[in-house]
Design a protein. Structure first.
Length: 255
């Protein structure tokens, strides 16, 4: 395939890329307007994005071809950036593949959406966010100063966009690491407290069973099962579900 053929092929593929980005954005509007259901939206979006990944990969494969024009080489490089972003992160595009929305989940309750405009790559991209970045940083500028590749951007040896996003994610993870640790510690404490409570209920159930307070035993068994479910101790769940069933069988038999 000649360099002219490659250029024409890339142009054709770019047209389909633009169409696919438009179709995905149209789907979002339909979802917002409730003209399609969420399951239908997810199914159709996934299909469109699968095709988009395939086409970006096709464009990117021409990147190393010798003799292609500067314009074609830039197109193939940008397609590679978009392809990699979609591979590593949940990514949507605004109008073109060089304006990406990247979704990052740092904790179960902490999520960020970054818009990254790399139209002029290898120049430093423009990064913005609508998320509450000031919760941990004084400003967006302060946050970006903590991202090494962004602060020290080298046009002659630029980071790939997905690598830059990894750095952004790392800065956020470090900022919220204390929160993550406190969540983990709270979870461990919660599990230990519930284990101790379960043991107290087991001892109480044994005492009540000896004096034949059957109704009380049944309620205690139910509480033991519920608490064991919460801390995912399925052996206790199994053991006391069996005990409860056996006790209920005896009650039914004696009636």
């Amino acid at each position: 395939m000649s360099n002219e053929d490659i250029a024409n092929k890339v142009k054709q593929l770019k047209i389909r890329v633009t169409q696919l980005v438009g179709e995905v954005n149209s789907l979002k509007k339909q979802l917002e307007q409730a003209t399609i259901s969420l399951p239908e939206f997810k199914q159709r979006k996934e299909k469109l994005q699968d095709e988009l990944r395939e086409i970006l990969a096709k464009i990117a494969q021409y990147k190393e071809k010798v003799g292609i024009s500067a314009a074609t080489k830039k197109d193939t490089g940008l397609a590679e950036q978009a392809r990699d972003l979609m591979y590593y992160f949940q990514t949507d595009f605004e109008e073109t593949i060089t304006k990406a929305k990247v979704y990052l989940s740092i904790t179960l309750d902490t999520h960020f959406i970054f818009t990254i405009d790399y139209t002029n790559y290898p120049d430093r991209p423009i990064i913005t966010t609508s998320s509450n970045i000031t919760e941990k940083f004084s400003s967006m500028e302060d946050f970006l100063q903590k991202v090494p590749s962004y602060t020290n951007w080298d046009v002659n040896n630029p980071k790939k966009i997905y690598e830059l996003v990894f750095e952004i994610e790392t800065v956020l993870t470090n900022a919220y690491s204390a929160d993550l640790q406190s969540i983990e510690e709270a979870s461990i404490q919660y599990i230990e407290e519930n284990k101790a409570l379960i043991q107290r209920l087991i001892r109480k159930a044994s005492t009540e069973l000896q004096v034949k307070n059957i109704d009380t035993v049944i309620e205690l068994y139910k509480s033991i099962i519920d608490l064991a479910y919460e801390i995912k101790d399925f052996k206790i769940v199994s053991d006391y579900t069996f005990k409860l069933d056996e006790l209920l069988k005896i009650i039914r038999k004696n009636r």
